[in-house]
Write a protein that binds this ligand. Structure first.
Ligand code: FES
Length: 400
């Protein structure tokens, strides 16, 4: 997407002193302390993250399977940018702004299908084709130097990876796939690319910071306490070496049985994926592709979240489920999916309570800058991923 060179002045938000202070959070997990609470609560810091994180990294937006025929589209808003993800006549997926280039009216606000291949703005009827080109603009014939064929909806660079659609604000961004090879290897036996994606469910808004969501999804420290009883079958804790140059953090969690699952029976409700190894049938692989997507690979399906922030103290979640094609033939599949969703919600309800309360605590004048347990290694890894990108932006903008 073409964006103006930023006019923001973040010198009071991120500078040498702040960077030095933050570096205490990216030491070995035994020696580190958490980021300052303001990193989770401040408007200034969140605005800094829009530029340093969201506009400079690949963003997961949804699954290819949500779009079936040309003209299908879905909408997603990244911070203040309403976007539409569109399948063109050429079967290419494009990610473009949903903002009309006349006066800024939104072209669409819901997911849907465009008939006759034109997005028509409801306000003055400017119409754009599936590639974003302006095709009609009524009553503009007296406007000087107005060339209809020079106007196109600004777009994000797109990369498809394992059935996910990713977008990047920078058309010159380096490819995503080489930074996800570890996760690629993990996903092979699940054949994630060919899984069937059910339409996602939107949850929230929830009153906590986007990083808190990623952290609590990935850290196993709380499982034996907050989720006592319902998580006891899954207390294995493996950490995977992480380089902040990569865009994945993983945390395999062993079950005390084969075919474990996050429901009251703690047992897979659909046939296990036959190509999995014994180890894969006895674990969940929690992973995240920051800043937007945590996911879990379990023996019979994959679940994933999109974390959509709205300022420092609020997010929405999109929750998706993906299944191997044969599972859709299982009798009562739709009912079983409801049970799987109910099972995930059993854990989510406890997390909602804890995350809400933690965000309140982080806004307090008595909020701590606490120390890590070794079981919070994934948070330490996320801190390193973030800090590298804060610093890169700070260097590029002459802040440090
Ligand atoms: Fe869209 Fe005027 S704002 S046509």
């Amino acid at each position: 997407m073409k964006t103006e060179k930023t006019q923001h002045n973040f010198s009071h938000v991120f500078n040498k002193e702040v960077a030095e202070n933050m570096s205490e959070s990216v030491q070995a997990v035994e020696d580190s302390k958490f980021f300052d609470p303001s990193v989770y609560t401040s408007d200034d810091w969140f605005n800094f993250e829009i530029e340093s994180i969201y506009k400079r990294n690949w963003l997961a937006l949804g699954r290819v399977g949500y779009l079936r025929e040309p003209g299908d589209y879905f909408t997603v808003t990244i911070n203040n940018d309403p976007l539409m993800v569109v399948l063109g006549e050429d079967h290419q997926i494009r990610v473009m702004t949903a903002v009309c280039q006349h006066r800024g009216m939104l072209l669409v606000e819901e997911d849907g299908h465009i008939e006759r291949g034109l997005f028509r703005c409801p306000l003055h009827s400017w119409s754009y084709d599936l590639e974003g080109n302006l095709k009609h603009a009524p009553e503009m014939n007296k406007t000087n130097n107005f060339a209809i064929n020079e106007i196109c909806l600004p777009q994000l660079k797109v990369e498809i990876w394992n059935g996910w659609i990713f977008g990047h604000y920078d058309q010159n961004a380096a490819p995503l796939a080489p930074t996800l090879t570890q996760l690629d290897d993990v996903m092979k036996n699940y054949d994630v690319e060919n899984m069937v994606s059910l339409p996602p469910v939107e949850l929230g808004p929830y009153p906590w910071n986007w990083k808190l969501m990623l952290e609590n999804f990935m850290e196993p420290y709380h499982n034996a306490y907050l989720h006592k009883g319902i998580h006891d079958f899954a207390l294995g804790h493996g950490f995977v070496e992480h380089s902040p140059d990569e865009n994945v953090i993983m945390h395999p969690t062993g079950f005390d049985r084969e075919g474990g699952a996050f429901n009251p029976l703690h047992k897979s409700l659909l046939p296990e994926i036959p190509t999995l190894t014994q180890e894969e049938k006895s674990q969940v692989m929690f992973a995240m592709v920051p800043p937007m997507m945590p996911l879990g690979l379990v023996p019979d399906h994959m679940f994933h979240f999109l974390v959509l922030p709205n300022g420092p103290n609020e997010i929405k979640l999109r929750v998706g489920l993906c299944f191997p094609p044969p599972s859709l033939e299982v009798q009562n599949f739709e009912k079983i999916v409801e049970w799987i969703v109910d099972g995930i919600m059993m854990y989510n309800d406890q997390d909602v309570w804890a995350d809400t309360a933690t965000q309140i605590g982080l806004n307090s004048s008595f909020a701590p800058r606490g120390r890590f347990s070794w079981k919070e290694t994934t948070i330490s890894q996320l801190n390193k991923w973030l800090f590298k990108r804060y610093k890169e932006y700070g260097e590029a903008e002459g802040l440090i």
